[in-house]
Design a protein around this ligand. Structure first.
Ligand SMILES: [Zn+2]
Length: 268
């Protein structure tokens, strides 16, 4: 599932072939931008902001969000076959040597570069950004002390980059139930440090891992492991829904959390 590390990784791959290159032709296969044309523009930068991917070309920013299914591929311009169905392509950017194709993008917007700040005005500090600000993230989390940690960590207005996989892993490694109200988390800073460490260590990996090594067979502690044994204590992992209103609105995410009932004791 695309989370901050995935988007960072995809931005790096696109940067390698697009940055410093001129776009020879472009296609935006969404009605709103069907006639947009950025051919002739120089790609200056490709970067991630939380779970958003930004391509700055000339005076324009191409913003995309992978949501559930989206992915960017890079192909040589010599006619290589796409590995996804053509009808799912939403954005095609051609340089002299490469073709970058965004498939099944959950969001695609073109905007003047000067509008970026207002577009992202609500986005919290980016765990993988150059301006990560832990104090600001803590302040935003603490502003709603009654919210459960599992919901608050997913809210990109608090901090940007965490999705459903990482929130379960962060709660496990912090030995906290996802439903714990933020105001009852004794050491929010260590939760934030854990979040930062997990995303940083995964930002250049092709396979996400929180257990120490991407090469081991089991790379995650709890996520996706309902009914399997906890790697620490051998208790079966359980899965459930947090069920808060805020979370129900986040229809794009798989909403369940995975918990080891022993390592993450329920509050009494
Ligand atoms: Zn356990």
């Amino acid at each position: 599932m695309p989370e901050g590390d995935t988007v960072y990784h995809q931005a790096s791959a696109l940067r390698a072939v697009l940055a410093g290159k001129f776009l020879e032709s472009t296609q935006f296969r969404v009605p709103q931008y069907a006639t947009a044309d950025l051919s002739g523009e120089l790609v200056e930068e490709v970067l991630s902001r939380g779970k958003h991917l930004l391509i700055r070309a000339g005076e324009t920013t191409i913003q995309s969000h992978l949501k559930m299914e989206g992915i960017w591929h890079v192909y040589p311009r010599n006619g290589a076959r796409w590995k996804r169905p053509g009808h799912t392509a939403r954005c095609v950017l051609n340089t002299a040597e490469h073709q970058a194709v965004g498939f099944s993008l959950g969001e695609l917007h073109l905007m003047p570069r000067t509008s970026e700040d207002s577009f992202f005005a609500d986005l919290g500090p980016d765990l993988l950004g150059p301006d990560w600000d832990q104090d600001e993230a803590r302040r935003r989390l603490q502003a709603q002390p009654e919210r459960s940690l599992g919901v608050a960590l997913l809210d990109q207005r608090n901090l940007a980059g965490i999705g459903n996989v990482f929130r379960s892993e962060i709660c496990f490694l912090s030995r906290l139930r996802p439903e714990t109200p933020v105001g009852e988390v004794a050491d929010l800073d260590s939760v934030l440090e854990m979040s930062y460490r997990l995303l940083q260590v995964n930002k250049n990996r092709s396979r996400r891992a929180t257990t120490g090594s991407a090469s081991t067979a089991i790379s995650l502690w709890t996520y996706g492991r309902a009914g399997k044994l906890c790697l620490r204590c051998q208790t079966p992992i359980i899965r459930y829904y947090l069920g808060e209103e805020q979370l129900r609105q986040a229809a794009i995410e798989d909403r369940s959390v995975y918990v080891c009932p022993y390592c993450q004791p329920a509050r009494v």
